[in-house]
Ligand binder design. Structure first.
Ligand SMILES: CC(C)(COP(=O)(O)OP(=O)(O)OC[C@H]1O[C@@H](n2cnc3c(N)ncnc32)[C@H](O)[C@@H]1OP(=O)(O)O)[C@@H](O)C(=O)NCCC(=O)NCCS
Length: 211
């Protein structure tokens, strides 16, 4: 019996510019898209770690357009988005949100939070977009800058602009890739917390970095 060979499509230079990101601040109008991207990146990151129903319950509860509306309406919140280029052949159409970083007033109940602290609540990128070029405002690739680092740099800059003196974040103790990224960015372990995901009580590490 003949075997069908499925060939990979040839590289398509016309769509190469899709595989780039630019950064921009989120506005209230981004809340619905951010809710979907927030849920999707959360699912991609953590489905392997926790039971499916708990992961879904967490995403459904926390990644809603209303929740992002509330964040984006708060003057102490800043969200920066990583957005792809326009789809091939449609230069006037917007790209898609493939990552984001969210800064907000700290919500770390067990931690001794200071009034000059701010929390890096979330930083997420779809895995496909973690090593693509980051373009500047004129559309040129920024040398040696990865999207995650660009998002972190934007968050640090925004946190300083908001007058914060220390950046805090909590992450699952098993999230080794994110923890390595935080260490590279000067964060040090500062405490622990428990964090509810659906019915699962997770142990998180809290990291801090001076600004
Ligand atoms: C956390 C997150 C944003 C970090 O982004 P990242 O791209 O994975 O992190 P880095 O930019 O540090 O890159 C990591 C890898 O790239 C390498 N790298 C980093 N900078 C590089 C550079 N300039 N050139 C080449 N390689 C580089 C690192 O050595 C590392 O390699 P490895 O995969 O072989 O270990 C991303 O992993 C993510 O979205 N994770 C899922 C969501 C999540 O866990 N968020 C945090 C929840 S609190």
């Amino acid at each position: 019996m003949p075997i069908d060979v499925i060939k990979s499509p040839a590289p398509n230079p016309a769509s190469d510019h899709l595989e780039t990101v630019t950064l921009r601040h989120a506005t209230l109008a981004d809340a619905p898209a951010l809710a979907l991207t927030g849920a999707a990146t959360f699912l991609e990151a953590f489905t392997w770690m926790l039971p499916g129903p708990d992961i879904l319950a967490h995403a459904l509860k926390n990644h809603t357009a209303d929740a992002y509306d509330r964040y984006l309406a708060d003057p102490r919140t800043r969200a920066t988005l990583a957005v792809t280029g326009s789809p091939a052949g449609l230069p006037n159409e917007p790209g898609s949100i493939v990552g984001y970083v969210l800064l907000c007033t700290p919500d770390l109940p067990s931690f001794d939070v200071l009034s000059t602290d701010i929390e890096l609540k979330r930083i997420y990128l779809f895995s496909r977009f973690r090593a693509v070029p980051v373009l500047d405002r004129s559309g040129q690739p920024i040398p040696n800058l990865r999207p995650a680092q660009a998002l972190m740099d934007a968050a640090v800059s925004d946190a300083r602009t908001l007058g914060a003196r220390r950046l805090l974040l909590g992450t699952h103790a098993g999230n080794l890739r994110a923890i390595a990224f935080y260490h590279r960015n000067g964060f040090i372990e500062a405490g622990t917390r428990t964090f509810q995901v659906g019915n699962q009580l997770c142990r998180d590490l809290i990291f801090a970095r001076a600004l």
